[in-house]
Design a binder for this molecule. Structure first.
Ligand SMILES: [Zn+2]
Length: 378
């Protein structure tokens, strides 16, 4: 095992990439990261392709073919962008204190992107008889608009996907992510003087209040369904019956049946306003479906547990989360996805972000053993 993982090289390279700013909006920085990874893969003889279209966030793909055929047995996925603007790395560069490493994106997820590279190199060196693909984008933190079609293309050809987002601070993996969509509801009523002729008005704001009340009833904690009216606006001045109102709702849910239930209720409420004369319309906006474990994910978790025991590691935990990742966009395909496979960390998206250095080698060993078993046709 140890001869396949070069810890000192890894840390040196991690320092280099953490000290290269690559916020999603910093296309130059994202390109630098893409070049870094593409060069490394090329040097090692991987087939690589990248997208460097002007004005778009670049991405890079590296392939290893250990058997006949083109389809992908294991897809290692990650992102090279961070949420930090240019200049952050020089303000607080990579550093290690005790067992923890610090720096912009050190956990989310430069250490994970680098781990994907090191895993791929080990797979190649061990000449494992499987097909592996590493896919790294640079717009995950801004919604993956330039990369999601490409990622879906890879997901549709893959059997297993390991997303190298950071392991939870408890060390847990993520087996399930909720679906999330944003809804916009618009209310159009009738303005009237609130003092002189209130009966002539139809208040868009009062109708909206009815919806807000109803959203609480629509939530179902047990089913994992929550609705949050995060933004509401409406009306102009206090002495006019409000003609217009609008709200933005965040829906989180675990099963498609729940999204359908919620949308049916939206239809009913829009068709039957409480305030006569108010017209309601709703639209589903940005979002993605839930990522749920399938049958093969269950045996994958068993494989993780078995390999962890053989390596003398603690029994891995697999948790569900309400937060989304690029893995959600692959959930429509029959592949099995395990997320949060990267080194363990915490305080993402903040100055206090850290990565647990000893977890790097542990994650490497565990994932490598799991991949070896998949290559054996587990
Ligand atoms: Zn991330």
């Amino acid at each position: 095992m140890t001869e396949l993982f070069y810890f000192d090289d890894y840390v040196k390279e991690l320092e280099e990439i953490v000290n290269t700013d690559s916020g999603s909006a910093d296309l130059e920085g994202c390109l630098q990261m893409t070049e870094h990874f593409q060069n490394r893969f090329c040097q090692e003889g991987f087939q690589t392709t990248s997208n460097r279209e002007e004005g778009k966030n670049p991405y890079v793909e590296a392939r290893y073919f250990g058997r006949e055929g083109k389809d992908i047995d294991v897809l290692l996925m990650g992102h090279m962008d961070t949420v930090f603007p240019k200049g952050t790395a020089s303000q607080r560069p990579f550093r290690i204190e005790g067992d923890r490493a610090f720096g912009p994106g050190v956990a989310d997820m430069k250490s994970g992107a680098l781990l994907a590279l090191y895993l791929a190199l080990a797979v190649e060196k061990a000449e494992l008889p499987l097909n592996l693909c590493v896919a790294l984008n640079s717009d995950e933190e801004s919604g993956s608009a330039d990369s999601s079609a490409w990622l879906k293309g890879l997901g549709s050809q893959s059997v297993y996907c390991f997303n190298l987002e950071p392991g939870r601070s408890t060390g847990a993996f993520v087996k399930q992510r909720k679906g999330v969509f944003e809804y916009k509801v618009s209310f159009k009523g009738k303005a009237a003087h609130a003092g002189v002729a209130p009966e002539k008005g139809a208040s868009a704001v009062v109708e909206m209040a009815g919806w807000i009340d109803e959203l609480t009833k629509l939530s179902d904690m047990q089913a994992g369904t929550t609705l949050n009216p995060g933004v509401v606006r409406g009306g102009t001045v206090s002495n006019v019956v409000a003609e217009e109102a609008e709200m933005l709702i965040d829906l989180r849910y675990a099963n498609e049946s729940e999204r359908i239930r919620v949308e049916q209720r939206f239809d009913e409420m829009a068709a039957n306003p409480r305030i006569q004369g108010v017209k309601c319309t709703w639209q589903r906006g940005e979002g993605f479906p839930p990522m749920n474990p399938n049958e093969r994910t269950e045996s994958l978790m068993e494989l993780f547990r078995r390999k962890a025991a053989e390596l003398g590691q603690e029994t891995p935990e697999f948790v569900s989360t309400g937060g989304g990742s690029d893995a959600n966009s692959l959930a429509e395909f029959p592949l099995s996805i395990m997320d949060a496979c990267g080194p363990v960390g915490g305080n993402y998206h903040s100055d206090a972000e850290y990565m647990e250095v000893p977890s790097v080698e542990k994650r490497f060993s565990l994932l490598f053993e799991v991949i070896k078993e998949i290559a054996r046709g587990e």
